[in-house]
Write a protein that binds this ligand. Structure first.
Ligand code: MRU
Length: 356
């Protein structure tokens, strides 16, 4: 997608160096960070310099490829096992991360004891994960645009745009396609406390693409659904269980309940790399619990031009901070994948799920 008119991906690798957009700096500053070692790349996921299911999937894949380039010939496999462990422990919920890691490890395995071939296979496989993510999201845009009304007043939560993937995005991709095709699209962007991915990232992306939108406080979405100002909801997903239950950013479940009450279709958009066929239901999806400080503090640019954090709750008040919640399949109108729109049901999921 375009940043100030220049085609840009969220994450990529050049000569063994992983490069990515520094997302916590947006929308105030656009800068690229260079990560020369796989441990730097792992840290970029855990500290959320990169975030979003598809983006961390590609980053995990690139990190494993970096490790394959770094690993000594003698002790190659032990080095790789340690790197895979480090990368897998960066964040627990997004299935794409585990898919990306496993995809590259399998390619390495396929090279057997030929270490030079293993290194080359790892780099090729990581690039394939990233390119596949971008291609899936482009296809999601085409399939999803078909269910976007000619006059669309769409609610979305968190950031499931191109910053959350390698390119295009999941939930926002159909809106880009619909907008480019001339449909009248307006997006209600949930602010998405506590990290404000909607206010900071989705609003910035939509602005870059010229899509009309308004940022709203999370607790305003139900109001606009009930009063008829919103006629569709599209969100992304971090992991989809085999029965069609969906984990997504905290607050998604509340939005789905409000949409159900208002009779508004609630769509989920995700590449099939987000499906975890080994996870029977939403109850089995690991939900990340992050530091309460993300709730207690906010951060931004001061008038003095400094990136600062500010406490917004009484000193000493503790906070809880689940990063995701689960929306039951029964609340979902359909799941928009690169293979088409499927029912959120065991049959629908089985019809598109990938195996590695
Ligand atoms: O905690 P984050 O920012 O990595 O959250 C993941 C997400 O981007 C959202 O849950 C999104 O809606 C899913 S689509 C990548």
């Amino acid at each position: 997608m375009l940043v100030n008119g220049v085609h840009t991906r969220t994450v990529w690798m050049e000569d063994g160096v992983v490069k990515m957009i520094d997302q916590p700096r947006l929308p105030h500053e656009f800068r690229i960070v260079d990560l020369p070692h796989h441990t730097d790349t792992a840290k970029s996921i855990s500290t959320m310099i990169v975030r979003g299911a598809g983006a961390i999937g590609a980053t995990g894949a690139y990190g494993i490829a970096q490790a394959a380039l770094e690993a000594p010939e003698d002790g190659f496999h032990a080095y790789m096992a340690a790197a895979a462990d480090t990368m897998s422990k960066t964040r627990p919920t997004a299935q794409n991360l585990f898919y990306g890691i496993k995809y590259v490890l399998k390619a390495i395995e396929g090279a057997g004891d030929d270490i030079a071939a293993a290194r080359a296979a790892a780099v090729t496989a990581a690039q394939a994960v990233a390119d596949d993510d971008a291609a899936c999201c482009e296809a999601i845009g085409r399939h999803g645009a078909a269910v976007v009304p000619d006059v669309a007043r769409v609610s979305t939560h968190c950031n499931a745009g191109w910053l959350a993937f390698v390119d295009w995005g999941s939930a926002i991709s159909p809106l880009y396609v619909a907008h480019r095709s001339g449909k009248d699209v307006f997006v209600f962007v949930d602010e998405t406390r506590p990290r404000s991915q909607g206010a900071r990232l989705t609003a910035w992306e939509l602005g870059q693409e010229g899509v009309p939108h308004a940022v709203i406080a999370d607790n305003a979405a139900g109001h606009y659904m009930r009063t008829g100002e919103i006629n569709m909801v599209i969100v992304g997903s971090d992991r989809i269980a085999a029965n069609g239950d969906v984990a997504n950013k905290i607050g998604t479940y509340t939005s789905a309940l409000a949409a159900k009450a208002a009779g508004i279709p609630f769509y989920v958009a995700a590449p099939t790399t987000t499906i975890d066929p080994d996870c029977p239901s939403g109850d089995d999806i690991p939900i990340e619990e992050r530091s309460g400080d993300e709730v207690r503090f906010t951060w931004g640019w001061s008038d003095a031009g400094e990136f600062i954090r500010i406490r917004t709750v009484p000193d000493g008040s503790p906070a809880r901070n689940p990063a995701f919640d689960v929306t039951p399949a029964a609340l979902i109108a359909g799941i928009i994948t690169e293979k088409g729109i499927i029912e959120a049901s065991p049959e629908g999921i089985a019809s598109v799920a990938r195996t590695l």
